[in-house]
Design a protein around this ligand. Structure first.
Ligand SMILES: NC(=O)c1ccc[n+]([C@@H]2O[C@H](COP(=O)([O-])OP(=O)(O)OC[C@H]3O[C@@H](n4cnc5c(N)ncnc54)[C@H](OP(=O)(O)O)[C@@H]3O)[C@@H](O)[C@H]2O)c1
Length: 345
């Protein structure tokens, strides 16, 4: 089979098409999938450059070649001996969290708790745009913030960075849960985020959200200090001073700290940093979120897509053969929705 691999860390030029890779054999609890479409997430670019190598290298059988990519949509080619709920030819989708199962590949083996049947109202290309961003938000709300869908009804939610992959999904999710949603984005994306249901949009080039907004229940900060100095401070300043308020950031200190300090010292140091910030903003709850797989989240996503409460938002489609160009597009930091990859037959 073919795949796009890296053989060392670096820029887009390190992405190389490799042919003649043996097709993996599914373990008893896995399915082998012929991938029809996948997508690019900012984490792929970071991993390509060596982000998280302390932890991700430990998880891989061989450091290189490494196939990146998490989202997939495709058809079942073969099932493991203990798999009962899938058969050859089924259309499936999901997200791989296994460092040995990158999806920028012709075939991939996926554990059965990371795959489910694809909703038939969307194509493979559309399907590949959703699982990672959706399960990121699912993890953020359910796993890390401990919120249930019913806790969110009529809450006032602020999303910093509403126009990217995570933003376009989360606007629709919060609206489906009857929240009032305010987002930031640049001028070119205002109509897009409004079309997804945003009640209020702030053009970050024209206005500083923390000077005008107040009394929010939840701040979902997709960009953190990458784009806004003292982002935690500014987002927390618009929240109600209450133990019912939540600030959730996707900028988690763990992986960077592990890279800087190693496995032994990095974990406790990241924990120390988090505890320090938690204390500072009390009674507001401060959460650092990191993607975690969730079959129940994926099944919930399938229902929301099937009933058309969530629609895929695609910035652009590239052939998998043009993965380097797709990485360049994501690296601009200004996509509108998702960059999706069409896998050649
Ligand atoms: N912790 C985790 O597990 C996890 C999981 C997924 C993603 N993430 C992180 O979450 C972030 C968002 O991911 P994504 O997939 O949505 O990224 P993305 O698709 O690349 O989106 C980036 C978006 O950021 C917006 N943006 C740039 N500067 C901005 C600013 N100053 N204010 C407001 N919006 C701004 C852009 O909109 P404009 O073009 O309108 O500026 C663009 O739409 C990334 O940093 C990613 O690494 C973390």
């Amino acid at each position: 089979m073919y795949a796009i691999t890296i053989n060392e860390y670096g820029d887009e030029s390190k992405l190389i098409k490799q042919e003649g890779i043996p097709v993996p054999e599914p373990k008893s609890n896995q399915v082998l999938i012929k991938v029809k479409a996948s997508s690019v997430n900012p984490i792929d670019l970071m991993k390509r450059e060596g982000y998280g190598k302390v932890i991700f290298e430990k998880q891989r059988k061989n450091a290189f070649p490494w196939i990146l990519g998490s989202d997939f949509s495709g058809t079942i080619e073969k099932v493991g001996s203990k798999v009962g709920n899938f058969k050859e030819g089924d259309n499936v989708w999901g997200c791989s969290s296994n460092a040995n199962s990158g999806t920028h590949s012709e075939y991939v083996c996926i554990d059965v708790d990371e795959v489910t049947h694809k909703p038939d109202v969307i194509s493979h290309l559309e399907a590949a745009s959703l699982p990672y961003v959706a399960l990121t938000t699912w993890s953020a709300l359910v796993r890390w913030a401990g919120l249930r869908p019913q806790d969110l009804k009529e809450k006032r939610v602020f999303i910093q960075g509403g126009a990217g992959g995570v933003g376009c999904f989360s606007i629709q999710l919060f609206k489906s849960l009857e929240c009032e949603v305010t987002v930031t984005c640049s001028k070119k994306n205002i109509d897009l985020v409004k079309s997804l249901g945003a009640d209020q949009v702030i053009d970050y080039n024209e206005e500083s959200f923390y000077e005008s907004l107040k009394e929010f229940d939840i701040a979902y900060d997709l960009l953190g200090d990458h784009v806004l100095e003292d982002s935690v401070d500014k987002c927390c300043s618009i929240l109600k001073l209450s133990s019912e308020s939540h600030y959730i950031t996707l900028t988690h200190p763990l992986v960077n700290t592990l890279d800087a300090k190693g496995l032994l010292l990095g974990g406790p140091h990241a924990y120390f940093l988090r505890q320090k910030q938690r204390k500072k903003y009390q009674p507001i709850n401060v959460h650092w979120s990191i993607y975690r797989p969730s079959l129940s989240g994926l099944e919930q996503l399938s229902s929301l897509v099937q009933e058309e409460s969530i629609k895929p938002v695609i910035d652009s489609v590239y052939s998998l053969n043009d993965l380097a160009a797709a990485h360049q597009k994501v690296s601009t930091g200004h996509v509108s929705g998702k960059v999706v990859l069409d896998h050649p037959e």
